[in-house]
Ligand binder design. Structure first.
Ligand SMILES: CSC[C@H]1O[C@@H](n2cnc3c(O)ncnc32)[C@H](O)[C@@H]1O
Ligand SMILES: [Zn+2]
Length: 431
C-alpha cells in the first residue's frame, strides 16, 4: 500500500488526549489508516515527528485569501469606512491574475502555519480554485455577491455568477474543493437576491455563507426595515443547518437560541473584530447554547496575518473578556474551534486524528523555549505556539511542507509576484 508514516511524535487525539504514537496514512485515499506505536516499518514515505506533537490540520473557517495583497495598505479604521474608502476601490482594480497572486501568497502563509483547509468568499474564484487545486489544500469557495448600489442587470449577474461558481466547483480538485453560495451580508444584498441565494444553494446542495451581525450598523437597518433582528430575518429567508455565518458579534439571546435551533454554524473572527473595533462576540454563550463555532482569520487586511495559532489565542483572550470570566473559552475549546468544530461548521472533512478521518495534519515542533516546560500540550497550542512552530504540513495524505520547506510553491516567486501585483493594483486604483 502507498503509505506515509508520521513517526516518533506525540499525537493529539479526538478527545484531546496526548499520547506517544505514529500516524499511518493511505496516500492514495488521503485518509488515516492507523494511529499507534511502531507503524513506520514499510511506509513508502516518512516524516520525522520526534520532539513534535501531531495535531489535526487547522481550519481557517472564514477568510478572503487574496486580501493578502492589501495587508498593511489601510489600517486603524472601522469596517464601513475601511471597506468603502480603502479596500473596495483597490479590489475594484484587481485583475484575475492579482487574485491568483494574492491567493498563492495566502495559501503559502497557511501551509507554513499548519492550516490545511479554509472557507473563502471572494471574486475571480476560478483563479483561487486553481491555486487550491495545484497546491493541495482543501477549501470551500464561494463568489461573494453584493447587490446594493448596482442596477438590476449588474445585481442579477453577480448573483448568477455566485450560483454558477457553486455549481461548477463543487467537488473540483479531486473532491478537495467544495463550494457555497456567498451573499456578502444581509445589508449589502437585497431581500429578493438573498431569497434566490438560499433557494439556489438548496437546489445545488451547498451551504450559504455570509457575514452577519458583525457591527451594530448591520443590525439597525434590518430592525428598522423589517422589524426583526437580522438572524430572524435570515431564518425567514432560509438560513439552515448546512449554512454558516461569519462574525455573529451583535447577536441577542433570541438569535443565539435561533442559531442553536437551526444548527447554523458561526465563525468567530476575534482579531478582525478587535482591529475594526466591531465588538466582542458572545462566544461562551453561543457554545453554552450548543452552537457550532469555528474560527477564522477574516482577510489578512483586518488581522493582519493568516496564522490560526494567533486566532486561537485571541479567541481565548477576548472570550474571557466578553464573558467577564477567566474560565470562559478555555484552551481546549479554542483548539476544537480551530480543528473539528471549524471543519464541521463549514462542512469539510478533517479536524480529527483517528482511523478513517482525512489525513490533514500539522506537525508542531515543541522543542522551542516558548513551549517549555511541556506541562500541558493543549495549553501551549492555544496560548504559546505560533504558526512558525509548524514543522510539516500534510493535506489529503500529501506532504505540502517538509521541515519548513514548502513543496508545492516557490516561496520567493510567490512573494515577488504578489508584491508587484499589489503595487500595480493600488497604482491603478489611484489613477
Ligand atoms: C464580495 S467578496 C467579499 C468581500 O468582503 C470584504 N470584506 C473583507 N473583510 C470583511 C469584513 O470583516 N466584513 C465584511 N466584508 C469584508 C472584502 O473586502 C470583499 O470585498
Ligand atoms: Zn469576512
Amino acid at each position: 500500500m502507498n503509505t506515509l508514516c508520521v513517526s516518533g511524535g506525540a499525537v493529539l487525539g479526538p478527545d484531546h488526549e496526548v499520547e506517544r504514537a505514529d500516524v499511518l496514512v493511505d496516500r492514495d485515499e488521503g485518509t488515516i489508516l492507523e494511529v499507534g506505536e511502531g507503524l513506520n516499518a514499510d511506509a513508502a514515505e516518512t516524516l520525522d515527528a520526534s520532539g513534535c506533537v501531531v495535531i489535526p490540520g487547522l481550519v481557517n473557517a472564514h477568510t478572503h485569501v487574496a486580501m493578502t495583497l492589501v495587508r498593511g495598505y489601510a489600517d486603524d479604521k472601522p469596517l464601513d469606512a475601511w471597506l468603502r474608502e480603502d479596500i473596495w476601490p483597490v479590489e475594484g482594480a484587481f485583475e484575475p491574475a492579482d487574485v491568483e497572486a494574492g491567493a498563492e501568497l495566502g495559501v503559502l502563509e497557511m501551509i507554513k502555519s499548519g492550516t490545511t483547509a479554509f472557507a473563502d468568499m471572494y471574486f475571480h474564484v476560478d483563479r483561487i480554485a486553481d491555486v487550491v487545486e495545484r497546491t493541495g489544500l482543501r477549501a470551500r469557495l464561494g463568489h461573494g455577491v453584493v447587490t446594493v448600489g448596482k442596477d438590476e442587470a449588474e445585481a442579477r449577474a453577480d448573483l448568477e455568477e455566485s450560483v454558477e461558481i457553486a455549481r461548477e466547483f463543487d467537488g473540483a480538485g479531486g473532491g478537495r474543493i467544495r463550494s457555497m453560495v456567498a451573499p456578502h451580508s444581509l445589508t449589502t444584498v437585497s431581500e429578493e437576491y438573498l431569497r434566490e441565494a438560499f433557494s439556489a444553494a438548496r437546489e445545488i446542495g451547498v451551504p450559504v455563507h455570509l457575514h452577519a451581525n458583525e457591527t451594530t450598523d448591520e443590525v439597525e437597518p434590518i430592525l428598522e426595515d423589517w422589524g426583526m433582528r437580522p438572524l430572524e430575518y435570515a431564518r425567514k429567508l432560509g438560513l439552515s443547518a448546512e449554512d454558516f455565518l461569519a462574525h455573529g458579534v451583535h447577536v441577542d439571546d433570541r438569535e443565539i437560541e435561533l442559531l442553536a435551533e437551526s444548527g447554523t454554524g458561526v465563525i468567530h473572527c476575534p482579531a478582525s473584530n478587535m482591529k475594526l473595533a466591531s465588538g466582542m462576540a458572545p462566544v461562551e454563550k453561543l457554545l453554552e447554547a450548543g452552537v457550532t463555532v469555528g474560527l477564522g482569520t477574516d482577510g489578512a487586511a483586518s488581522n493582519n496575518d493568516l496564522d490560526m495559532f494567533g486566532e486561537m489565542r485571541d479567541a481565548a483572550m477576548i472570550g474571557k473578556l466578553a464573558a467577564d470570566d477567566a474560565s470562559a473559552v478555555p484552551a481546549d475549546t479554542v483548539v476544537r474551534m480551530a480543528t473539528a468544530e471549524g471543519a464541521d461548521a463549514v462542512g469539510l472533512p478533517g479536524g480529527r486524528i483517528q482511523p478513517g478521518a482525512a489525513a490533514d495534519l500539522a506537525v508542531v515542533d515543541f522543542e522551542a523555549p516558548h513551549l517549555t516546560p511541556r506541562h500541558d500540550v493543549v495549553s501551549h497550542l492555544a496560548y504559546a505556539a505560533r504558526g512558525s512552530d509548524v514543522r510539516h504540513t500534510v493535506c489529503d495524505g500529501t506532504v505540502l511542507m517538509r521541515d519548513r520547506d514548502v513543496q508545492v510553491l516557490d516561496q520567493a516567486a510567490v512573494r515577488e509576484r504578489a508584491s508587484r501585483r499589489a503595487g500595480e493594483a493600488i497604482a491603478r486604483a489611484h489613477e
